[in-house]
Design a binder for this molecule. Structure first.
Ligand code: SAH
Ligand code: SF4
Ligand code: F3S
Length: 479
C-alpha cells in the first residue's frame, strides 16, 4: 500500500500547526506529501467549525471525492480537526465514504489509526469527551495536547513557527463553537514550551508565534509560583537564535500591564497585539457575553498605547449579531474610527448550533444587512489602514524575509532578483526586489511607497558589510 499523503487545511493558526504536526508524525511512518488528492493514497481534511461556510466548504470538497472513492476504494479519506469534533457521526452520514473522523484532541492517534484502517479496513472515529460528559479533569484529559514532532516544510517558511502554549477555551462567548470543539482551557508547562522553542531555534527558526485562543490568559503554577505570559516571554527571550517573539490571540479583559511592559522592555517581542473587540456596542457585547464594555475596551487600548505608543493593534469584529440595530452598528463604526487598528478581520455572524447564541437568541439580522455592514466597516478600516501606512514612507524598517511575493515571477529561479516579501516586527508586510539568498534573513529596508495592506521598500546595502548580511543579523540602521 502506498503512502502518499494529501492534506488540506482550513481555519486558524491552531489548525495550521496541527497539520504540521500530523505531517511530521506521518513522514516518520514513511508518508510522502503530494499536491493533489488524485495522486494521494491518503486524503486528510483538517477542518474548522467557526462559521457555517467553513463547514460547507469541506462537505463540498468531500462531495467531489465521492466518485474517486468508488473507483479507488483503497484510498483513505480522513476528516480531522474542529468539524470532526463538532459533527462526529454526522460526517459519516453526510459522506458515508469517509474512513476516519478524528477530533483535534486525538491527533496523537492519527498514524496508528491510518495503519489500522489500511490493515483491517472499516471506519474509525476518535473524538474527545463532550464538555458536560464527565468531570472537568476527565474532559481535560480527553483533549490531549500533542506537540512532539515538527516539520519545517509544512510551514510557510522554516524560519517562522507556531508554538502552542494553551489549548481550549473557557470564555464561552455566546456565538462561539471553539470551547466546545477545542475543550477546556489548559496551559502547557513553561518547561515544555522552552524545550520546544530551543529545538526550533536549533533547527534555524528565528521567529516564533505563541498560540492560544486567549493567549494572554496563560497561567501555570510551577514550583509554587505563578507563571504568566509576561514571565514566559522573559524566559523565551533568553533563547539564542530566536530573534522575534509574537503571540495571538489576546482577550481584552486579560490584557494586563505586566504583559504590555514585558513586550515594551524585551527587544525580541513584537509590539503587536491582536485583541478582538467584536463589537463597539455594550448591548451587543452583553449578548455575546464578552465580559467587558466598550469603555473597558477603550481603557485597555489606552493602557497599551500609553506604554507602547507605536504598538500595532489589530481586531476582529462580528457584524449582524442577534439584536444589532443600526444604532449599535454605528457604535462599532465609531470604535473603529477612533481606535485606528492596524487592520481588522470582519465576519458576518453565523449561528453555530450548540452555542448559546444559536440556541437561545434569534438570528434576526437579514443576510443582506450583514453584508452591507460588513462592507461599510471594511471600507472604514481600509481607509484607516491606508492612512496609517503613509507615515512609513521615507522611513527605515527591519524585516524578516519570508519568500517570493505572490505576484513575483519565476525569474528568481536562476538566482536573479525577484520580488520578495518580508514582515516588520509589528507585522506589516513589505514587498521589495531581492534575491532568493535573502530568504530567512533580517534586513534593513527603506520604505518608498505604501497602500492599505502593503509597504513597498528597497534593501539598504550601503552601510553594512557583506559578512553581516551572511549572518543575517543586521543591526537596525536607526539603532
Ligand atoms: N479566540 C479568539 C478567536 C476565535 S475565532 C478570540 O477570542 O478572539 C476567530 C474569530 O472568528 C473571532 O474573533 C470572531 O470574530 C469570529 N467568530 C467566531 N465565531 C463566529 C460566528 N459564530 N460567526 C461569525 N464570526 C465568528
Ligand atoms: Fe471563542 Fe470567545 Fe473563546 Fe475566543 S474567547 S475562542 S471568541 S469563546
Ligand atoms: Fe476554526 Fe477550530 Fe480554529 S473552529 S477557528 S480551526 S480552533
Amino acid at each position: 500500500m502506498g503512502k502518499k499523503l494529501y492534506i488540506e487545511t482550513v481555519g486558524c493558526q491552531m489548525n495550521m500547526l496541527d497539520s504540521e504536526l500530523a505531517v511530521a508524525a506521518l513522514r516518520k511512518e514513511g508518508y510522502e506529501l503530494v499536491d493533489s488528492p488524485k495522486k494521494a493514497d491518503t486524503i486528510l481534511f483538517n477542518t474548522c467549525s467557526v462559521r457555517a461556510h467553513a463547514e460547507e466548504k469541506i462537505y463540498s470538497a468531500l462531495g467531489r471525492l465521492k466518485h474517486t472513492k468508488s473507483y479507488h476504494p483503497d484510498k483513505i479519506i480522513g476528516v480531522m480537526g474542529c468539524m470532526a469534533q463538532n459533527h462526529q457521526e454526522t460526517v459519516f452520514k453526510r459522506a458515508p465514504y469517509v474512513d476516519l473522523v478524528l477530533g483535534p484532541g486525538q491527533l496523537h492517534q492519527l498514524p496508528e489509526l491510518l495503519q489500522d484502517i489500511q490493515t483491517n479496513g472499516g471506519r474509525r472515529i476518535e473524538v474527545s469527551l463532550d464538555r458536560r460528559a464527565a468531570s472537568r479533569k476527565t474532559v481535560e484529559a480527553s483533549f490531549e495536547s500533542y506537540d512532539p514532532l515538527r516539520d519545517p516544510q509544512m510551514r510557510p517558511t522554516p524560519y517562522q513557527a507556531f508554538v502552542r502554549i494553551m489549548i481550549g477555551c473557557d470564555k464561552f462567548c455566546t456565538y462561539c463553537i471553539v470551547p466546545k470543539v477545542r475543550g477546556p482551557e489548559q496551559s502547557r508547562s513553561p518547561e515544555e514550551i522552552e524545550l520546544e522553542v530551543k529545538q526550533l531555534a536549533a533547527e534555524g527558526c528565528r521567529e516564533i508565534t505563541l498560540l492560544g485562543q486567549t493567549v494572554n490568559s496563560y497561567k501555570v503554577r510551577s514550583n509554587g509560583q505563578t507563571v504568566r505570559l509576561s514571565d514566559l516571554l522573559v524566559r523565551l527571550h533568553e533563547i539564542p537564535g530566536i530573534d522575534r517573539i509574537k503571540f495571538v490571540t489576546n482577550y481584552p479583559n486579560d490584557m494586563r500591564a505586566d504583559l504590555v511592559e514585558a513586550v515594551r522592555d524585551l527587544p525580541k517581542c513584537s509590539p503587536y497585539f491582536h485583541v478582538p473587540a467584536q463589537s463597539g456596542c455594550n448591548e451587543v457585547l452583553k449578548g455575546m457575553r464578552r465580559g467587558y464594555t466598550v469603555e473597558m475596551y477603550r481603557d485597555m487600548l489606552a493602557m497599551i498605547r500609553d506604554r507602547i505608543p507605536e504598538a500595532a493593534i489589530t481586531s476582529d469584529f462580528i457584524v449582524g449579531f442577534c439584536g444589532e440595530t443600526d444604532a449599535s452598528f454605528e457604535k462599532t463604526m465609531q470604535l473603529v474610527r477612533e481606535a485606528r487598528f492596524k487592520n481588522s478581520f470582519i465576519f458576518k455572524y453565523s449561528p453555530r448550533p450548540g452555542t448559546k447564541g444559536a440556541d437561545q437568541l434569534p438570528d434576526d439580522i437579514p443576510d443582506a444587512v450583514k453584508k452591507e455592514r460588513n462592507n461599510a466597516l471594511l471600507a472604514v478600516q481600509n481607509q484607516i489602514s491606508e492612512e496609517d501606512n503613509q507615515p512609513f514612507i521615507g522611513t527605515q524598517a527591519e524585516i524578516l524575509v519570508e519568500g517570493p511575493s505572490k505576484t513575483s515571477q519565476k525569474r528568481g529561479e536562476s538566482g536573479h532578483s525577484l520580488q520578495l516579501t518580508g514582515r516588520t516586527t509589528c507585522d506589516r508586510i513589505v514587498v521589495f526586489d531581492g534575491n532568493p539568498r535573502q530568504i530567512g534573513q533580517i534586513l534593513p529596508v527603506r520604505i518608498y511607497d505604501a497602500n492599505a495592506f502593503t509597504l513597498f521598500g528597497s534593501v539598504i546595502t550601503d552601510h553594512v558589510g557583506p559578512q553581516l548580511f551572511q549572518l543575517g543579523r543586521v543591526p537596525s540602521p536607526s539603532s
